[in-house]
Each structure stands twice: as structure tokens, then as C-alpha cells.
Design a protein. Structure first.
Length: 279
């Protein structure tokens, strides 16, 4: 490649990066875009009210996405599995390598590296309507006891609860549970539909919410292969501004950079893992 070709390639790359950054929300704004139903400290029960927004094409509002749940620097985080985009997945490679040994102990360890199905749905948080659309991410439950399993019967019995004029708010009941390690975490004990109501009394606001172009991928991060590679190796990723890439860091103090979407408190973070899956 000639010098001029290198300069042009660099320019186009930086131009594309600038365009991508312009389309992303700031870290502060991103934090407002998560709906995380968490019990306030000291409360055993509470309720949240949400409205699931309809999709433009009439498709299901529940998007299926796979994430790895793994500890990084002592914190449980959810890392997007690039395999669903047909890309290399270092964490899946570790899992397969462990399974290939045929050892029972390695089979158990491999469970830590398996990606799990989550649902992401676009909602309005009735307590914080000023924040606009938010995204609620929750785990699939193969036993049929998950959040979607509580919402599905409402669709079946009440019809399209996302309808702009005759849809229904959902009342999400929260309760405190205790995991095997003794830590408390928030669970969704029940989900009930309210009476039919318009999405908003002001049709202009309702239209703005429905037509909002923000996608879940603008809010939840997709870490690159270099980051996942370091996690797969048991390292703590650190952003090196000089090298402009993730490198192995040695401590929590050294871990910098990145976005905040993996730092949002997960109400089910301390829930006992569902490792006894039938596969």
C-alpha cells in the first residue's frame, strides 16, 4: 500500500469512527436508558409500572440476544456473544476446549463460559417518563418460570398490550430473595396488566416514543474480540490510550476506559446460577 493509500484509509477509518461515536448516546444518557427493577434499600416488596412499546413492523417486541455472564475484576458482567453475528467468540472457544477434555470437572467449569439467552424489550418507565424509552433485559428461564413466562399469558388473554390506544400498562411486583451465598437480590414475583389506556394522553409524545430510533445495541455494549480474548485468558482488560486497544491490566485501579453499560446494577446479579440446564 502506498503512502497516499494509507492516509486515505486512515482518514476513512477515523471518519467512520467519528460517525459511529456521533450516533452513540453519552455514558450519562445511557444510564437513563436501562430499566432495572431494583428494590430500594430496606424494602422487602415494591411495584414498578411499565408500558411495552410496539414495534414498527408488528414483530415481537422481545428481542432474543445471547450474553455471557462472567466475573471480570470480581464483578459479574454480561458480555455480548459475537457468535450470534457469525464472528469469533473467545469465550465459546474456552468452553469447547474444556468440553473436549471429557473430564467431569472441566465440564462443570465449561458452564461458566456458556452464553445464555436474554430478552430485551423496549419500555416506558411510568415513574420516569421524562427519560423516554428504556430497555429492559432479562434472562430466559428454561423451566418456564421467568419474566417472559409471566408476561406471555397476558398477551394471550388480553390481546396486544402494546397497542398505542388500547394497550395496557404492566404492574411489576418486586420481592427480595436470598441466594445460596447469603446475598439479597431482587426477583420479579408477578406481573399484572392494568386496564386498557392510551400510551399517552398527548398523541405527539406517544408518537415520539414509538418512532424513537434508539436500539438496544446503542445502549448495551458489544465488547470487541481483544476484550473477550483477555477475559477468556483470565486477565482484567485495561484500555491503553496510547495503543488504542484493550490490554491486560493488573488491578482494579488499572482498569479504565470502556462504557458504563456493564456497570449498571443487575437486580438478579446475585441470583443462584441456573447451571443445571438439560444440555
Amino acid at each position: 500500500m502506498s503512502t497516499i493509500e494509507s492516509v486515505l484509509a486512515q482518514y476513512e477509518k477515523n471518519k467512520q469512527a467519528a460517525s459511529d461515536n456521533a450516533n452513540r448516546v453519552s455514558s450519562e444518557e445511557r444510564l437513563k436508558k436501562f430499566f432495572a427493577p431494583i428494590l430500594p434499600k430496606g424494602k422487602q416488596n415494591d411495584e414498578k409500572r411499565i408500558r411495552i412499546l410496539p414495534t414498527k413492523d408488528g414483530s415481537t417486541p422481545f428481542v432474543e440476544v445471547y450474553f455471557h455472564e462472567i466475573q471480570v475484576d470480581g464483578k459479574w458482567v454480561k458480555l455480548y456473544d459475537p457468535a450470534q453475528d457469525g464472528k469469533r467468540s473467545p469465550l465459546n472457544e474456552v468452553r469447547q476446549a474444556l468440553l473436549d477434555t471429557g473430564k467431569e470437572a472441566d465440564k462443570e467449569t465449561a458452564k461458566m463460559y456458556r452464553s445464555r439467552k436474554f430478552y430485551i424489550v423496549k419500555v416506558i418507565d411510568r415513574e420516569n417518563e421524562q427519560d423516554g424509552v428504556k430497555f429492559w433485559r432479562f434472562k430466559d428461564n428454561y423451566k418456564g418460570e421467568g419474566i417472559l413466562d409471566k408476561i406471555f399469558p397476558i398477551f394471550k388473554n388480553k390481546g396486544d398490550i402494546t397497542d398505542i390506544q388500547n394497550g395496557r400498562d404492566l404492574i411489576v411486583s418486586l420481592s427480595l430473595s436470598k441466594s445460596g451465598n447469603g446475598r439479597d437480590y431482587t426477583t420479579i414475583s408477578s406481573v399484572f396488566p392494568d386496564d386498557p389506556t392510551p400510551l399517552h394522553e398527548d398523541s405527539k409524545i406517544a408518537d415520539e416514543w414509538v418512532s424513537d430510533a434508539l436500539k438496544w445495541s446503542d445502549v448495551y455494549s458489544k465488547k470487541g474480540e481483544d476484550y473477550l480474548e483477555l477475559v477468556a485468558m483470565g486477565e482484567i482488560p485495561k484500555w491503553d490510550t496510547n495503543l488504542n486497544k484493550w490490554v491486560a491490566g493488573g488491578s482494579a485501579e488499572a482498569t479504565i476506559g470502556g462504557d458504563t453499560s456493564d456497570d449498571v446494577v443487575d437486580p438478579q446479579a446475585d441470583e443462584d446460577p441456573d447451571d443445571n440446564l438439560p444440555f
